[in-house]
Write a protein that binds this ligand. Structure first.
Ligand code: GZL
Length: 324
């Protein structure tokens, strides 16, 4: 009789023990792989596809089960994906927000579900930054400053006026907002320079070409410089410049951001003057943070990706080692 009551007591206490051990056993055991839900902006540029490759490869290498969603540059698709990850009770959510605003509600739902959220690449604009654990990404304001500093140095012997047209990234996105802010912070201090036209090319080659065609139609030979918020728009614009009978890289100085292989090829062809590096290969860093967050470790609120600037003089030497 006594043994039977002891056995019954032992069985009753098991779930309590499981709860005390962090619930691992009620999630299938301590060695169960982490499940990460990742919502990606889309596949709009060479940068983005390299970023996706890096995340998928790093998840595989880290033994992390990845549920990946491509939002085709639509915020509503990202919000749907985040809600799906919450419903599936993934261990960690990570996403690259297509625009800064509109995330408060779904992030509160993730917090209520006890699922930590890691923001990657682009920032979110929320009133309560406890809604996400950390942001891993570049300093876009500094990237804009670097583009302006390079331009001022490259044109130090040139008299004004120097007219600039600007191809902005996706409207409302952190890189578009911050790259414009950083660029103006520096370029506005030099009275020779003036931005005469500025419009979004949505980070794509096709739209970049279309908007540059409109700039050329409106301003023609009045354009001295193109500043593009990413290489893909610059590469599209280069086609428009050539079709207008002008020489990109010579008649119009072209400076852009990302540092993708296409930009290095354009620099080697003399059609692009400089690109500011924006490193998409954050997959390994992200998986390291996912493991730490899942284990309940404290991580920095902001993790900056280190980057540099490349111009035509360095392109050929650097190209063989470029990974994206
Ligand atoms: C920057 C990233 C931007 C790239 C573009 O971190 O969000 O989005 O500069 C991409 O090429 O489309």
């Amino acid at each position: 009789m006594k043994i039977r009551s002891l056995l019954l007591a032992a069985v009753a206490v098991l779930p309590l023990l499981a709860a005390c051990s962090g619930g691992k056993s009620d999630k299938g055991g301590a060695d169960r792989p982490i499940t990460l839900g990742f919502s990606q902006v889309g596949a709009e540029s060479e940068w983005r596809t390299a970023n996706t490759r890096s995340i998928k490869a790093a998840a595989k290498a880290a033994g992390i089960r990845l549920k990946f969603s491509d939002a085709q540059q639509k915020q509503e698709n990202q919000i749907k994906a985040l809600r799906s990850f919450i419903a599936q009770r993934v261990d960690v959510i990570a996403f690259s927000p297509v625009v800064e605003s509109g995330w408060e509600t779904v992030l509160r739902e993730a917090k209520a579900a006890g699922i930590p959220v890691i923001v990657t690449d682009r920032a979110v604009d929320v009133t309560d930054d406890s809604l996400y654990t950390t942001l891993i990404g570049s300093d876009f304001v500094e990237e804009g400053r670097r583009a302006a500093r390079w331009l001022i140095d490259d044109m130090k012997d040139r008299k004004g006026p120097i007219n600039i047209v600007e191809l902005q990234g996706t409207v409302g996105s952190a890189p578009a907002i911050d790259r414009q802010k950083g660029f103006h912070e520096v370029i506005d201090a030099d009275p020779r320079f003036k931005v005469i036209r500025s419009q979004s090319g949505d980070f794509t080659r096709a739209k970049g070409k279309e908007v540059m065609e409109a700039f050329l139609k409106a301003e023609g030979k009045n354009i001295d410089v193109l500043y593009a918020h990413n290489d893909d728009m610059a590469i599209g614009a280069i086609q428009a410049i050539e079709e207008a009978g002008l020489q990109p890289g010579k008649d119009i100085t072209v400076v852009s951001i990302d540092g993708v292989k296409g930009a290095f090829q354009a620099m080697m062809a003399g059609k692009l003057n400089a690109t500011v590096e924006c490193n998409p290969l954050i997959g390994p860093q992200l998986m390291d943070i996912v493991k730490k967050v899942h284990a309940g470790q404290t991580v920095p609120k902001r993790i900056i990706v280190n980057e540099s600037v490349f111009d035509r003089s360095q392109a050929a030497a650097a190209f063989p080692s470029r990974q994206y």
